[in-house]
Design a protein around this ligand. Structure first.
Ligand SMILES: [Fe+2]
Ligand SMILES: [Fe+2]
Length: 280
C-alpha cells in the first residue's frame, strides 16, 4: 500500500524548463526603472541564490530514502531539477554582474558561505531541512506577490523581468515539496517556527548587506533619494515586502500547508502570457 506523504493538489505538475536570457547588455546598467536601489535590491537577492539553492537541494536529498510515497519522490526529483537550474542561471547572472560592474563575487558570498558551512557541521539534518522549508515559504510568498500583482517589476527591463517571473513560477510549483518531506520525516512545528525566525533575520541581513556594498560601489551609498525610494518600494508604497506580512504569518499556524493557498492559476496565466519568451 502506498503511503500518502505528498499533499500537493491533484494534477499539479512541477515542470523542468531550461530558459535562456541574454543578460549581458542589461546588467551593466540600472535595469529596474533606472533606479540604482531597486536594481540593487534584486541583484542583492540574486547573490543569495546559488549557495542557498544548493543547500536546499542537499537538505531535501538527505531524506530521500525515508520517503515512500511515489508521488512525493517524483516531486523531489522535479524540485531538485528546478533548483539546480535556478542555481545555474543565478550563478551566470551573478558572475556577469560582477564582471560588468567590477564587483567582487566572493565578498557577497562570504557570510552565507561561512554560515552554511557552520550549519552543515553543527545542526542536525532535520534542522537543516526546517531551514529549507522556511526559506521556501519566503520565496513562495514573494513569488506569489510578484506574479499576482505584477507591480514589483514595472519599469524593469523585460528580459530580466522574464527571468524573475520564470523563477517565481517554479517556486510556486514546488512550494510544498520540502514542507511535505519535512512533515513526513520530522513534523515538529516548534523547529519550523524557530527556523523561520532565523531565516527571516538572515534574509534581511544578507540582502541589505549586499545592497549596501553595491550602492557603495556605485557611489550612491549616502544618496538619500535612493534609500528613500527603495525603502518606500519595499516597506511603504507599494511596499513589496511589507504587504507579504499576512502570508508570512500563516506559516506559524498549527495546521499550515503551502497549498492552502491554491495559486496554480498564476502558473497558468504565466504560461499563457509569458512562457514563449522563456522557451529555448
Ligand atoms: Fe529557486
Ligand atoms: Fe525553491
Amino acid at each position: 500500500m502506498n503511503i500518502q506523504q505528498s499533499h500537493s493538489p491533484e494534477g499539479l505538475t512541477i515542470n523542468l524548463r531550461r530558459p535562456t536570457f541574454d543578460l549581458e547588455p542589461i546588467l551593466a546598467r540600472d535595469w529596474h526603472g533606472d533606479s540604482a536601489s531597486k536594481t540593487a535590491f534584486f541583484n542583492a537577492m540574486s547573490m543569495l541564490f546559488p549557495l542557498g539553492e544548493k543547500f536546499f537541494i542537499d537538505s531535501v536529498r538527505a531524506f530521500r530514502n525515508d520517503i515512500e510515497d511515489q508521488k512525493l519522490l517524483e516531486e523531489i526529483t522535479a524540485f531538485q531539477g528546478q533548483e539546480a537550474i535556478h542555481r545555474l542561471k543565478h550563478q551566470e547572472y551573478n558572475e556577469l554582474l560582477c564582471q560588468v560592474r567590477g564587483y567582487d563575487l566572493a565578498e557577497f558570498e562570504k557570510p552565507a558561505r561561512k554560515r552554511l558551512a557552520w550549519v552543515k557541521e553543527n545542526l542536525s539534518a532535520r534542522r537543516q531541512l526546517a531551514g529549507t522549508v522556511a526559506n521556501e515559504h519566503i520565496t513562495a510568498i514573494m513569488a506569489d506577490d510578484m506574479l499576482r500583482r505584477g507591480d514589483s517589476l514595472i519599469g524593469a527591463d523585460p528580459i530580466i523581468a522574464d527571468l524573475w517571473r520564470w523563477h517565481g513560477v517554479e517556486e510556486t510549483e514546488h512550494k510544498a515539496v520540502a514542507f511535505d518531506v519535512y512533515m513526513a520525516v520530522c513534523g515538529s512545528t516548534k523547529l519550523l517556527r524557530r527556523a523561520m525566525l532565523m531565516s527571516t533575520l538572515f534574509f534581511f541581513k544578507d540582502t541589505f548587506r549586499n545592497m549596501r556594498i553595491m550602492l557603495r560601489h556605485e557611489g550612491k551609498l549616502w544618496n538619500i533619494r535612493e534609500w528613500t525610494s527603495s525603502l518606500n518600494f519595499l516597506f511603504g508604497k507599494p511596499g513589496i515586502l511589507r504587504r507579504l506580512f499576512p502570508a508570512y504569518l500563516k506559516f506559524f499556524r498549527k495546521d499550515f500547508h503551502p497549498w492552502q493557498d491554491d495559486n496554480r492559476y498564476l502558473v497558468k496565466e504565466w504560461e499563457e502570457r509569458f512562457s514563449d519568451t522563456t522557451s529555448p
